[in-house]
Design a protein around this ligand. Structure first.
Ligand code: ASP
Length: 323
């Protein structure tokens, strides 16, 4: 029996067209891949849902939550075997990771997009959509969390990141590589995440800021963020998890105010750990109460902090969720 897959469109370059004379790429009123269902006729029953038509820099946490609820409702209705989401590539990894944390399903949920719009030479949109449906249509894609399929590769939402502004091979999982590949004939998985987590949240309203540390950074910048009124802060720290000593006083003020601070590294590989004892070194930061988030990028640690802050803001409860 053919499986039933729902494709939920949210916009992005995969839904756009290029103006041949000016080279400008913009949103079109009718999705260029709409009615692509007929391509899959022999492989799966396809239903399409045009939820948003947004460039992904305009996607907000409210859109992510709405998308998560839509997927939940469609799956709860019981008759879909898998879900494919089309999305702009700029914030795709954030939406995919949010869905990974929010959804509680064994069924495949696959996010895809395109680097070239629908009528550009070498457009990757239709190809990626077909690949994503093939993955969602595969039994082995079950129980793998939310997946990102682009350019013949299958990545976990947790580890994938956009690495190139324009190359079609932009999505990579720097530390771990893809968990599977797509060939003309097969979908091959060769890795599995060993732990999955999901959080039953009702809203996604917490205000979490993300900053990248730099040489000579000073407290006034951190105080400005603090004064803006935030619920949490994520810092992309230096190296293994160290910060310029100049921001320590401002970080202490935040901790004293019970604002959780999550530390990730601005390096794109490796994990943060409390190693150095000097002023601003990881040991001092850990002793102050900063939470080290192993293996997440800054944008993903921010999504996760937004999600878990809906459940608790106690440092003692937040720490184990990240470490
Ligand atoms: N700027 C576009 C977006 O994220 C890029 C893309 O889809 O590839 O919507």
């Amino acid at each position: 029996m053919l499986k039933k897959i729902i494709i939920i469109h949210t916009g992005g370059t995969i839904s756009m067209k290029e103006d041949k004379s000016s080279g400008e790429v913009s949103t079109s009123t009718e999705h260029p891949l709409s009615n692509s269902a007929s391509i899959f006729n022999h492989d799966a029953h396809i239903e399409e849902d045009f939820l948003f038509n947004l460039p992904s820099p305009q996607i907000t946490p409210a859109h992510m939550l709405e998308l998560g609820r839509r997927i939940h409702d469609k799956l709860a209705a019981g008759n879909f075997d898998g879900v494919v989401v089309t999305h702009g590539t700029d914030t795709l990894e954030e939406t995919a990771y949010f869905l990974d944390l929010f959804l509680q399903t064994r069924k495949p949920v696959v996010v895809t997009g395109a680097m070239r719009s629908s009528n550009e030479i070498g457009s990757d949109g239709l190809y990626n959509l077909i690949s994503a449906v093939r993955v969602a249509n595969t039994d082995e894609a079950q129980d793998k969390g939310v997946l990102v399929v682009m350019n013949d590769e299958i990545h976990t939402a947790k580890n994938v990141t956009k690495t190139s502004t324009s190359n079609v091979a932009t999505f990579q999982s720097p530390q771990y590589g893809p968990i599977g590949i797509i060939t003309k004939q097969e979908i091959l998985f060769h890795q599995k995440l060993i732990a999955y987590e999901s959080y039953p949240i009702q809203q996604l309203n917490k205000n979490v800021a993300l900053v990248k540390a730099y040489a000579g950074m000073e407290s006034n910048f951190i105080r400005a963020i603090h004064n803006a009124g935030i619920d949490g802060l994520v810092i992309e720290a230096l190296g293994q998890g160290n910060l310029p000593e100049g921001i320590i006083p401002a970080l202490q003020e935040m901790i004293d105010d019970n604002i959780p601070i999550i530390l990730v590294s601005r390096c794109y590989q490796g994990i943060v750990q409390a190693t150095y004892t000097y002023e601003g070194g990881g040991r001092q930061l850990k002793n102050m109460g900063l939470i080290f988030a192993n293996g997440l990028t800054g944008p993903k640690a921010r999504i996760k902090l937004m999600v878990v802050l809906e459940l608790t803001n106690k440092l003692t409860e937040l720490s184990p969720m990240f470490e």
